[in-house]
Design a protein around this ligand. Structure first.
Ligand code: GDP
Length: 700
């Protein structure tokens, strides 16, 4: 295959909440770009991006596979588009974030009936956070109740004033049969229901006036973002369509305009123009800022100049691993985006995140239904490496002689956990393998063994997240297991500063033990984690024992004194101590530190912290009283309510511990008409009475 220039490359994601039609849009894109010969409907479970069993059953897209297609544009020749699949459910935060991290642009799909839903807001904000340039696609205009202008209004109200239609639908619901291209001033007419045959015509007379008005608004918006065109516009000079397109492309890249397209993926309408738009308006790897190297917080404060890597195939090689997947045929696949230089199969690179040298075996480019082996991959592209053993999500690969660590992806800690008990010995073995594989693929999925019960505890970002993991263990690895009730991942912290002493001294006969340290424990702000400071001056404790003290501290912090949960947001300073020439050892100092922490934490008024979630609920107004009443009984704080047409939206924060099974509760309160989306907000102290209940229960 010939090399595609960077200018001819797009790395995009199709971003939508569940059910807006992302899978259908993606499929139609694959179909029209010629990589696929049969259009598979989602309800028949044929969607090729969703190859995992339970995705087919649930109809949700979980993994983030990257698929390469080619589209022949009218004006720019063949464009290579790498589509990075982004899941729409908030429980899969990690999946969404790591895919957004490597995209250059996104297509946000909206449901033409529902407009902006709570979950569309969530995905939109995530795209905002990563500064992804966006175009919007209002889908499902064939459905009863569809209204493009309602969607526009809700996008303006809830997401951005910068959204502006670049197309208008002709007809609506069952009569939706064409699309007006406002820039070209043409109409695409679909001659049959399934959009098989089209004709380009003049704008229908009855829509001329409306189209002229919308075109006028669009042009004003575009020239506002381009000094030169603005001059021409004010001087009443003619502006060519190509000039407008170029200016629009710049405005999309700088995120000052979000052009809105329309169609019906199911009825094959509006997909080719959307593909054309992806190529025309979304940035190529050359249009986006160069990637920066990672810095830690301290360095950032010192405002050091950060190294960058431009998308240039002649620069030193650097790439970021954004996804590990297990392919049923070739095994472990590391998906990567190459930011600079080139990567050849068979070459050696440095994993700068681990410091280890790695050999690149095979490189594959993934298409929806086949994989293609390639010899090399150039800057700006996305592909997968087969068989890298010691590399995980977020790692940087780079050339051996010019190392760099790229800005990585940070993942939130899991907030919910569940005990899983294999049914038989052989299930136990299989479960070990399964858990290893799954946690490798997903950095927000964690596993530990409960020291008291010896149960395996798995944790993740939400109930659905864990359900799917357990489901995969069963299906892909044949593990039969009993699953406990989900538990909240509590944490502990201290609330006042204390000074404490840790001693481990045994000196009766033979070689003794001598470890002794004075520690100061200070509460830190929420989310700051753990800080260790060495304040030893004058050698009261020899240097070589400090790491052992730190180890002891970390070990002690893994089980708190309130209810055995990990201690967080605490700074520990070792400021004094003593040692013995003969009897002191690393082991003795480690024990001394552990004891010091246990004692100190007891005295520092420890409290239990619980995860608090942000929730947004949408339901018809009639049910509001019941929904709010129920929330109040769950210790929720209602922050905002707002009315949108007949739907009311409630925004609240609420402890996760109260929210198990909420989807079902809400369904029954609202007769199935409410929906909600929940995401992690913060950790916060558990009220004293609840803490008492929780700790009493533990003692039972
Ligand atoms: P996803 O969850 O965002 O991937 O959405 P899907 O592509 O799975 O679509 C959700 C449902 O909406 C499926 O039943 C689709 O058949 C249906 N759907 C998708 N696009 C359209 C459309 O343009 N018109 C209509 N009427 N239904 C659609």
């Amino acid at each position: 295959m010939t090399e595609t220039s960077l200018k001819q490359t797009r790395n995009i994601g199709i971003i939508a909440h569940i059910d807006a039609g992302k899978t259908t849009v993606t499929e139609r894109i694959l179909y029209y770009s010629g990589k696929k010969h049969k259009v598979g409907e989602v309800h028949e479970g044929e969607a090729e991006m969703d190859w995992m069993e339970q995705e087919k059953e649930r109809g949700v897209t979980i993994t983030s596979a990257a698929t390469t297609i080619f589209w022949e544009t009218k004006s720019q020749g063949d464009i290579k588009i790498n589509i990075i699949d982004t899941p729409g459910h908030i429980d899969f935060t990690a999946e969404v974030q790591r895919s957004l991290r490597v995209l250059d642009g996104g297509v946000v799909v909206f449901d033409g009936v529902a407009g902006v839903e709570p979950q569309s807001e969530t995905v939109w904000h995530q795209a905002d956070k990563f500064k992804v340039p966006l175009i919007a696609f209002v889908n499902k205009l064939d459905r009863t109740g569809a209204d493009f202008y309602f969607d526009m209004k809700s996008i303006h109200e809830r997401l951005t004033k910068n959204a502006i239609p670049i197309q208008l639908p002709i007809g609506t619901e069952a009569d939706f049969n064409g699309i007006i291209d406002l820039l070209e001033e043409k109409a695409i007419i679909y001659l049959d229901e399934m959009g098989k045959e089209t004709e380009t015509r003049e704008i229908p007379t009855e829509m001329k006036e409306q189209a002229t008005k919308y075109r006028h608004d669009l042009i004003e918006k575009i020239v506002e973002n381009d000094e030169e065109l603005m001059q021409k516009y004010l001087a009443n000079e003619e502006i060519k369509v190509t000039e407008l397109e170029q200016a629009l492309r710049k405005a999309v890249t700088s995120r000052s305009i979000v052009p809105v397209f329309c169609g019906s993926a199911l009825k094959n309408k509006g997909i080719q123009p959307l593909l054309e738009a992806i190529c025309k308006y979304l940035p190529s790897p050359l249009d986006v800022p160069a990637i920066k190297e990672a810095v830690d917080e301290e360095e950032e404060e010192n405002k050091q100049e950060r190294k960058t890597r431009k998308a240039d195939k002649n620069a030193s090689f650097s790439a970021l691993i954004f996804k590990i997947a297990t392919d049923p045929f070739v095994g472990r696949l590391c998906y990567f985006r190459i930011y600079s230089g080139k990567l050849e199969a068979g070459s050696y690179v440095l994993n700068s995140s681990t410091g280890k040298k790695e050999r690149i075996g095979r490189i594959v480019r993934m298409h929806a239904n086949k994989r293609e082996e390639v010899k090399e991959i150039l800057a700006g592209d996305i592909a997968a490496i087969v068989g890298l053993k010691n590399t995980t999500t977020g790692d940087t690969l780079c050339s051996l002689d010019d190392p760099i660590i790229l800005e990585s992806i940070t993942f939130p800690d899991p907030v919910i956990s569940v005990a899983v008990e294999p049914k038989t010995k052989s299930d136990q073995e299989k479960m070990g393998v399964a858990i290893n594989k799954l946690s490798e693929e997903d950095p927000t999925f964690k596993v530990r063994t409960d020291e008291e019960t010896l149960q395996t505890i798995i944790s993740g970002m939400g109930e659905l997240h864990l359900e799917i993991i357990i489901d995969r263990m069963k299906r892909e690895f044949n593990v039969e297991a009993n699953v406990g009730r989900p538990q909240v991942a509590y944490k502990e912290t201290i609330t006042k500063e204390v000074e404490t002493e840790g001693k481990y001294i045994h000196q009766s006969g033979g070689r003794g033990q001598y470890g002794h340290c004075l520690l100061r424990l200070t509460p830190l702000e929420r989310g700051k984690g753990f800080v260790f400071e060495d304040e030893i001056k004058g050698g009261s404790i020899p240097r070589e024992y400090i790491p052992a003290i730190k180890k002891g501290v970390i070990e002690a912090m893994s089980t708190g004194v309130v209810a055995g949960y990990p201690i967080v947001d605490m700074s520990v300073a070792v400021y004094d101590g003593s040692f013995h020439e003969v009897d002191s050892s690393e082991a003795a100092f480690k024990v001394a530190a552990t004891r010091g922490i246990r004692k100190g934490v007891e005295e520092a008024d420890p409290v239990l912290l619980e995860p608090i979630m942000k929730i947004e609920i949408a339901a018809p107004g009639d049910f509001m009283g019941d929904v709010i009443g129920d929330l109040n009984s769950k210790r929720a704080q209602i922050q905002e309510t707002e009315a949108r047409e007949k739907i009311k939206i409630i925004k609240a924060i609420v402890p996760l511990g109260e929210m198990f099974g909420y989807t079902t509760t809400l369904r029954s309160i609202t007769e199935g008409r409410g929906n909600s989306s929940m995401e992690f907000h913060c950790y916060s102290p558990v009220p004293k009475n609840i803490q008492k209940k929780l700790t009493d229960k533990d003692e039972e």
